[in-house]
Design a protein around this ligand. Structure first.
Ligand SMILES: NC(=O)c1ccc[n+]([C@@H]2O[C@H](COP(=O)([O-])OP(=O)(O)OC[C@H]3O[C@@H](n4cnc5c(N)ncnc54)[C@H](O)[C@@H]3O)[C@@H](O)[C@H]2O)c1
Ligand SMILES: N[C@@H](CCC=O)C(=O)O
Length: 377
């Protein structure tokens, strides 16, 4: 807005320094997006892909060069996170971090930036999308077929190795008795194998570290009183890191199966009394430190509205009568709050603005030539 005789304008400058993009092993699109977004806004980027996604990283890099990205704008550096960060995080020109990965890694990075803060030329922008314990909440009015499908697809596609994967479900007792056998039978029937065979629903998990984590979670579940392994519950690494899709039914909603991110094909179900819908809303909201995605399944419009309001801060991406996964760029900007990240919505306009530093310019077209003001007489 310009007052008479004044010309105001904004200069959206790139940050003063470079941006450090760190990408996870899953979702090759994330690997393309994280270094590219700051580069589009005029920044130079150091990009460290996950060691288990370096081939994809190299392909993206080649594609960027094929698309005539200027040399030196995006600089791919492979290697161990700690080793690369030891150099990058102490560089005075670090102007931003664009991270996607686990919550502990992001908290570690943030701590390192804090410890080095006096040594930087500018305050680095720290943007991170991290873990989740994503929920499916069913109301007694839910359509059983919609609920069962949201649970199966939401929890087990991509072996549950997406930050949005459904990993905790809250189902009223009346509906549980309707869907239980079907859910268990269908889970047991899901084919797990080579992803090149498109008839398979799931493949192996990413590496031995993930396999060991899932295997330990399943062993703990099998030996914990109050947890029933309703489907799956086994893992086999004799020919690849294969984990069976698993449904756990837990009596204690405060057990770690309802709060810890396993990042695998493990869905924990809590069965509540139908009359406790109101209490279960609080349970979903407070049961986990994360707030990435979640869905409510209900045909009762008032229940949808209640869940939307009471769970306003429990998910950055909230779904109604759908699985809590599969956000589409340009349609549902993606990201969450609380322990799930800074909610800067990777792939969306909000995110691009994080990589600029605005300069406001005021130009006075008829500049004053005397210091007295009219009220001085
Ligand atoms: N919210 C989202 O949009 C989103 C999307 C995908 C994955 N994720 C999360 O990512 C996690 C799975 O990915 P992951 O196993 O690759 O995560 P991770 O945290 O182990 O690794 C992520 C990246 O950080 C690097 N890294 C690890 N330690 C580091 C350190 N000390 N300094 C610098 N870099 C370091 C890794 O090499 C990798 O490139 C899950 O928690 C998942 O929920 C979140
Ligand atoms: N944005 C993806 C999840 C990315 C995380 O791994 C989804 O919405 O399912």
């Amino acid at each position: 807005m310009n007052a008479p005789g004044i010309w105001n304008r904004l200069d959206h400058r790139p940050l003063e320094g470079f941006v450090y993009a760190i990408t996870p092993f899953n979702f090759t699109a994330i690997a393309g997006n994280l270094p590219t977004a700051p580069a589009l806004m005029g920044n130079t980027v150091v990009w460290k892909p996950s060691p288990t996604q370096q081939a994809g990283g190299a392909l993206h890099d080649a594609a960027a060069r094929g698309g005539r990205a200027a040399p030196g704008v995006i600089n791919l550096v492979t290697g161990d996170g700690l080793d690369v960060s030891a150099e990058v995080l102490t560089d005075p020109d670090l102007a931003g971090i664009h991270f996607t990965g686990s919550t502990p890694t992001f908290q570690h990075l943030w701590g390192q930036v804090g410890a080095n803060i006096a040594g930087y030329r500018t305050y680095p922008r720290v943007v991170g999308e991290t873990g989740g314990k994503d929920f499916v909440l069913a109301h007694p009015s839910a359509d059983p077929d919609v609920l069962r499908t949201a649970m199966l697809r939401g929890a087990f596609e991509y072996q549950g190795q997406k930050c949005s994967a459904a990993s905790r479900a809250f189902v009223p007792r009346s509906l549980w008795s309707v869907i239980r056998d079907d859910l268990v039978g269908l889970t047991e029937s899901l084919s797990v194998g080579d992803v090149r065979d498109l008839s398979n629903f799931m493949g192996a998990v990413i590496d031995d570290r993930a396999f060991a984590k899932h295997d330990a979670a399943l062993q703990r579940a099998r030996s914990t009183p109050g947890i029933e392994v309703a489907a799956g519950g086994t893992a086999d690494d004799s020919e690849g890191w294969f984990v069976r899709p698993t449904v756990l039914v837990g009596e204690d909603p405060r057990d770690e199966i309802f709060s810890t991110e396993y990042f695998g094909p493990i869905l924990s179900v809590f069965v509540y009394d139908d009359a406790q819908w109101d209490d279960v809303l609080d349970l979903v909201d407070s049961g986990s430190a994360y707030a990435l995605t979640g869905s409510v399944i209900a045909q009762d419009r008032y229940a949808v509205q209640q869940a939307s309001e009471r769970l306003r801060f429990a998910a950055g991406n909230f779904y109604v009568n759908d699985k809590p996964t599969g956000a589409v760029v340009g349609q549902q900007p993606f990201g969450g709050g609380r322990a799930s990240g800074t909610n800067d919505k990777a792939g969306a306009m909000q995110n691009l603005q994080r990589w600029t530093s605005t300069r406001a310019i005021k130009e006075t077209l008829v500049p004053p030539t005397a210091h007295e003001y009219p009220h001085m007489g």
